[in-house]
Design a protein around this ligand. Structure first.
Ligand code: SF4
Length: 406
């Protein structure tokens, strides 16, 4: 196998660090004092005892050398007629390599957060969108509305990032209506548009009427939401948020800031789109590239038995809790951070290769939450773990020349 990695080389922790553990990609604090519980948990999940050997690869639950695991993965990939490449928890280089492998194998492609990613994209495809950047929020927002739950769980330092240095901080309002958010957003839209008997509605929902008045009076309102936390009706909620923004922009200025695409998902979406012209939830099949956000979701493909191999990529700690999808007897190749090994479940048909986490064990690049900046990531230490791009390139090179899509 044409792959080699330095084992045991360590670098001193750098004072400059880009935290890779949420879509904000904060780069203003050192890893030794990130000032964020999520970052500290992420660093902890990426560590193992100093001086200990690099965590081992596994073949069907048994420890193996990296070379043996790569050979086993290559054999299983070569036997597959319809693979699914899922997870996509990696950086730009890893996503580029995965796209090339997908083209060579005719794979379906879907990210771990594929449903939220897909619902956001579908609304933008249907209606367009009004989105903003962190810098715009910091410079101009005078009203920030946190919609639904989970924004500050996903991005703990968001308010700090957009409030720091503000002489006049914006108003911050929380809008939450568990189970009723789509209806609440319709009523808010009607109040803003003054298309409802305002007096009656204001009596029934004084808080909503107050928010409508605040939105209309603001010079630059920003609505913030976490797509994965909007529940089963996420697409409906996002569509109604966009309608509300459209209405507000007739008389003032307003924009949205979705806090999604964590763990490399948004980066993968961008890379796949610029390499192929289509987003994830696509298949590189015999009829060319096809995109279907409903039929090509990983959970559905696995439930339908539509694939004969899963290549799952999860190099970020945020992907450990969700584990690795499984289906009875389905061969899996898992490229994951070492902590994922404990979450594999039935490993009888699984090749596990531990990989570096970008921003901890390797340099790399990720897109920030607003898509405006491609952030460089800097390794804190090199422990000999291979990067996703190197492993995937090796697998691609192992395929028979001219291998056609199934
Ligand atoms: S808010 Fe996100 S990017 Fe910033 S330090 Fe915390 S986990 Fe890292």
């Amino acid at each position: 196998m044409p792959i080699a990695f330095a084992i045991g080389m360590r670098l001193d922790p750098s004072p400059v660090w880009t935290c890779p553990f949420c879509p904000l990609l904060c780069d203003d604090r050192p890893a030794s004092a990130p000032g964020c519980a999520l970052a500290e948990a992420g660093l902890q999940a990426c560590r193992w005892p100093v001086g200990a050997a690099c965590p081992a690869a596994r073949i069907d639950g048994q420890p193996a050398t990296l070379e043996a695991a790569l050979a086993a993965a290559a054999q299983r990939l070569a036997r597959s007629r319809q693979p699914l490449i899922g997870g996509w928890g990696t950086d730009v280089a890893g996503a580029r390599a995965l796209t090339t492998l997908a083209e060579a194998t005719g794979a379906f492609c879907d990210a771990a957060a594929g449903e939220a990613l897909s619902q956001t994209l579908r609304v933008q495809q249907d209606r367009g969108g009004y989105t903003t950047t962190l810098a715009e929020v910091r410079e101009h927002a005078d009203l920030i509305v946190m919609v639904g739950r989970g924004v500050l769980t996903r991005a703990p330092r968001l308010l700090e990032r957009v409030l720091d240095g503000r002489a006049t901080p914006p108003q911050i309002v929380h809008l939450d209506a568990p189970g009723e958010l789509p209806d609440t957003l319709v009523r808010l839209h009607l109040l803003v548009a003054e298309k409802t008997p305002a007096a009656a509605e204001a009596l029934a929902s004084p808080a909503l009427a107050t928010l409508a008045a605040q939105l209309k009076a603001a010079r630059y309102a920003v609505l913030v939401w976490e797509p994965a936390q909007l529940g089963a009706h996420a697409a409906l909620c996002i569509e109604r948020l966009m309608q509300l923004l459209q209405r507000l922009n007739q008389t003032t200025r307003a924009a949205g800031l979705p806090i999604g695409g964590a763990d490399g998902a948004m980066t993968a979406q961008y890379v796949h789109a610029w390499r192929t012209g289509l987003p994830l939830r696509s298949r590189h099949g015999p009829r060319g590239l096809e995109h279907d956000p409903l039929r090509f979701g990983a959970p559905r493909l696995l439930a339908d038995g539509a694939v004969d191999l899963l290549l799952w990529v999860a190099s970020f700690p945020g992907q450990v809790v969700g584990g690795v999808p499984a289906a009875a007897g389905l061969p899996r190749i898992v490229l994951g951070l070492p902590a994922l090994a404990a979450q594999l479940g039935d490993a009888r048909h699984t090749v596990f290769i531990p990989v570096a986490t970008p921003g901890v064990h390797a340099d790399g690049h990720l897109f920030r939450v607003d898509g405006a900046v491609l952030m460089p990531l800097h390794a804190l230490q090199h422990d000999g773990l291979p990067g996703v791009a190197a492993v995937v390139d090796t697998l691609t090179q192992s395929l028979a020349p001219g291998r056609a899509a199934a």
